[in-house]
Ligand binder design. Sequence first.
Ligand SMILES: [Zn+2]
Length: 293
Amino acid sequence: MGRTSSAPATCEVVWSRILNSMVTRLGICLALAVGLYGQSVPRIEDIRGKAVLLFTPHPDDDAFCCGGTLARLVQQGNTVRVVIYTNDDKGSYDPEMTSERLARIRKAEEEEGNRVIGIPKENLIWLGHHDGMLEYVDSRRLVEQATEVIRRYRPDIVMTVDPGADSVRWHKSDHRMAAMNTLDAIRAAEWHLYFPNHKLQLGLEPWRVPAYLFFYVLEKDANLYVDIEPVLEKKLEAGLAHVSQFEPGVHKYSPTWTPADKSKARAELEGMILRRNGRHVEAFRWATDFNQF
Ligand SMILES: [Zn+2]
């Protein structure tokens, strides 16, 4: 139905309406900007006593992207858990290697890397999908798996691959899928009508995740840099636990380093770490859901 009557509006009234509408819209835009881009980006050093849940595509991305930050979070009394989407059972040129053996090796490396950082193996949650195949897993099953983990551990912060600040980003396939699936699970986790079996069968309540910390960000999108200089050795040691990810292990696996190979891999790893003002840093995009963190 349309309006039945309206008195002719004076210029003053019209301008007042326009102004009110502009102020309201500006307010909404500002609220959205604060909510989505987190003007109140915290310092990692100030985060204590929180539950952090990191979703990693493979059992090495967590050390490479965020090993220093995770070490700092653990030192500050936060509880960090790592969810590993795939078992990384494909990336080897060694003709003697099998998928089953590689999965076992990568699991042991991930446990060792996280031990160095201070995350016990009880805090590692393996979803067990095959390397490179995450996009071909039943998508409903995958989002339900991640939703269940979120509802079980009720994290204050979820960390995952950056899906892109203003558009979908190109990533290698498992990374792309980990980014999108984790976001879909965050959305599902807060609504009780998604996967009601979680409450009925497992006693898990819905959970709204207050904050997201995205890694593997483009430099233009990064809004949080963590100074990892104090924990640099931990980051490097955690990275070097992944012996099979470096040469010569990629072509011919051996569980132990020669000193020469180790120092070469260490230099390679250190060269991959971002530097700002002469300090080693890790870059992130912090985003919150309407600043509830
Ligand atoms: Zn990866």
